[in-house]
Design a protein. Structure first.
Length: 643
């Protein structure tokens, strides 16, 4: 049945509210499709018409498609297209879609979907109404939408999720409804409740280091979006959240800033899509007066560089190494970046079995990636939910082909793998992360050392100690662009892989190969990508990886000089030679022209400039050697240079 075209003066219209996703939902292509009743979600497009069968349409088996469809995000794309073109057809499509949903009254069982729909109906209605060409809604529809929103608000209040990201978005939806349609909150009780509840949710769900308790980069950003939008709407309406709101919000923004790769996207860790949230950093910069956030949001075009390059978030277990913020010799996007996951699986069902996994980027592109999430569905076969969640889908070591935590589609049952940061130390030119994980599935303990050398490349040492024989599989998941451009060679006990912009050398493997994998940048979308697999057998194993960005250069020459009590690695490229010692404790080692006793030490020998040595605070140089010693006052690390 067609919607009548009669339009009357509106007695009901939402008050203007800040729409935090207005710039995200602004696709003309999405608007054109929605105008014709064509919808794309989760990598699948369906033609359902502008008055679809909301209850009986044949939809995919993955329920996430229906969930996304009934959130009405595409209403904002329609509103943007109407504002830009004055074409009333976009408005009529929204009216027919919303009107048909109201008439159908499909049952709601997912409260977070109700919350998103409340937000998106209000956002779109407000955006249409603010357009100069807006003729009003068809007669009777404003009252029908207001009644339906009232019923959805009442339903949501009666069924609020107790915690985590669903509660955040539900509370924010109620907050927006109270601001935009005061008719739904005549006494102001809903507004008071949501402001107090949002503050409590911010305090409870964001840990003291700012990381959201589900330990997913994607869900952290979605939650941050709601908290920032609430803060901006409160500012516009002259309201104030309780004391402490901005402080915890700032910590969440701190993690968001450091989590972003130099190319502007986030790593897709634990049920995550990738993508940029620079708009949130820019909003936070304005709200909180943070010029470092502005610098990160604008890739160094405005603001002030952040004071910290190497950041740790101990509650969430994320640790970042970064060569700079584009304020030195490299452009912002070309800086080197690594993030290590050494924290809990995460509260709820979004955690992957990825302890000690890393993601690495350099020169404007990701080189070693977390594959993302792809799907929450276990069917059809093969079970891709299990693949993307499993340990083998991450850049870490799996034991006997097992997951670190027993697989469940959603949240774990029983014990989970326990990861922790053992230590972090370093100085300019050398940052060291040491972390370990113990699994309830096997007795093996995995310790990983990540040394970021000269702000240029990484040494990653994996020590695995058990009492029974095992198979150990170390994997590095590469970018899809490397699929047809990888070369792998095995010689002198070293597996050497070269790919566009990357050289990866692994020692300690009995065998190495390339196996097929996938990268999922968005839910429901996956792209084939190669995986480097290096394997060893025995009661224990020691892998030593050199991960070097190589824009236009070949692989470095690598020699592993010692493995007793640690590793001594020589890395040579044109113009310089590094010798790096990563030890389990104090030990005496020969580093080129110097004999020293240290746990961690690095010597760089230039072809024309001599050499410099850096050691951990407990290090010393053998007596009788002509060297000059000094200490870094910031870190106490010892420097040695020719005397």
């Amino acid at each position: 049945m067609a919607v009548p075209t009669a339009r009357a003066p509106e007695a009901i219209r939402p008050r203007p509210v800040f729409c935090v996703i207005e710039g995200v939902q602004a696709s003309r292509a999405v608007a054109e499709d929605a105008r014709r009743g064509r919808f794309t979600h989760c990598g699948l497009t369906l033609d359902l018409g502008v008055e679809p069968d909301w209850t009986g349409a044949g939809l995919p088996s993955d329920r996430e498609w229906r969930i996304e469809w009934t959130k009405f995000y595409w209403g904002l794309d329609l509103a943007r297209a109407f504002d830009e073109t004055d074409d009333v057809g976009y408005l009529e499509a929204w009216e027919r879609l919303v009107g048909s949903w109201i008439r159908a009254q499909p049952p709601d069982t997912e409260t977070h979907v109700v919350g998103r729909r409340i937000q998106n109906w209000i956002y779109a209605w407000d955006a249409f109404a603010r357009s100069p060409a807006f003729p009003g809604l068809v007669d009777g529809l404003p009252a029908a939408i207001a009644r339906e929103l009232g019923e959805q608000v009442a339903f949501l209040m009666a069924h609020l999720t107790p915690q985590r990201n669903h509660r955040t978005l539900e509370l924010y939806a109620l907050f927006v409804a109270a601001l935009a349609l005061p008719e739904l909150d005549p006494d102001g009780d809903l507004l008071d409740f949501t402001m107090d509840a949002l503050h409590a949710n911010l305090r409870d769900d964001l840990w003291p280091d700012g990381v959201q308790r589900e330990c997913s980069t994607h869900y952290h950003m979605l939650v941050l979006r709601s908290f920032l939008a609430a803060r901006e709407n409160a500012r516009r309406f002259g309201l104030s959240f309780p004391p402490g709101y901005d402080e915890r919000l700032g910590l969440a923004c701190e993690f968001a800033m450091h989590a972003h790769r130099p190319d502007g996207a986030i790593p897709a860790i634990s049920d995550s899509d990738t993508g940029s949230y620079a708009d949130l950093l820019l909003l936070a910069a304005d709200l909180l007066g943070r010029e470092d956030l502005r610098w990160a949001a604008t890739e160094g075009r405005s603001g002030r560089p952040p004071a910290v390059r190497h950041a740790s978030f101990p509650w969430g277990g994320y640790h970042v190494q970064r060569s700079g913020w584009g304020d030195g010799e490299r452009a912002f996007a070309d800086e080197r970046y690594l993030i290590l996951d050494a924290g809990p699986v995460g509260d709820g069902g979004h955690g992957h079995y990825d302890a000690l996994s890393v993601e690495i980027a350099a020169d404007g592109a990701p080189l070693v990636l977390d594959p993302g999430r792809f799907t929450y569905a276990e069917e059809p076969a093969p079970n891709m939910r299990r693949w993307f969640k499993g340990t083998a889908a991450h850049n870490t070591v799996s034991v006997d082909g097992l997951d670190q935590t027993p697989y469940q589609r959603s949240k774990p049952r029983g014990r989970t793998a326990e990861a922790r940061l053992v230590e972090r130390g370093g100085t300019d030119g050398l940052d060291l992360l040491v972390a370990e994980v113990a699994s309830p599935v096997y007795e093996v303990v995995h310790r990983r050392r990540v040394a970021f050398v000269a702000d240029e490349y990484w040494l990653i040492e994996d020590l695995l100690a058990g009492w029974a024989d095992h198979r150990y599989d170390l994997r590095y998941h590469l970018a899809p662009e490397a699929a047809d451009a990888c070369e792998l060679a095995m010689e002198d006990g070293l597996a050497t892989l070269t790919a566009p912009g990357l050289a990866l050398v692994v020692g300690g493997a009995a065998e190495a190969s390339l196996e097929p994998g996938w990268i999922s940048p968005l839910y429901g979308v996956r792209t084939s990508a190669p995986v480097l697999l290096a394997s060893a057998h025995g009661a224990g194993a020691r892998f030593l990886s050199v991960v070097m960005p190589t824009p236009g250069a070949g692989a470095p020459h690598v020699r592993i000089l010692s493995a007793e009590g640690g590793s001594v690695v020589e890395v040579t490229v044109s113009g310089w030679r590094d010798v790096v010692s990563l030890g389990d404790g104090l030990r005496t080692v020969e580093l080129g022209p110097v004999r020293c006793t240290a746990r961690v030490a690095w010597l760089r020998e230039h072809s024309c400039d001599g050499w410099v040595l850096r050691m951990d605070p407990g290090g010393s140089v053998a007596d009788g050697q002509a060297v000059a010693l000094s200490r870094d006052p910031a870190s106490s690390w010892l420097f040695a240079s020719p005397g």
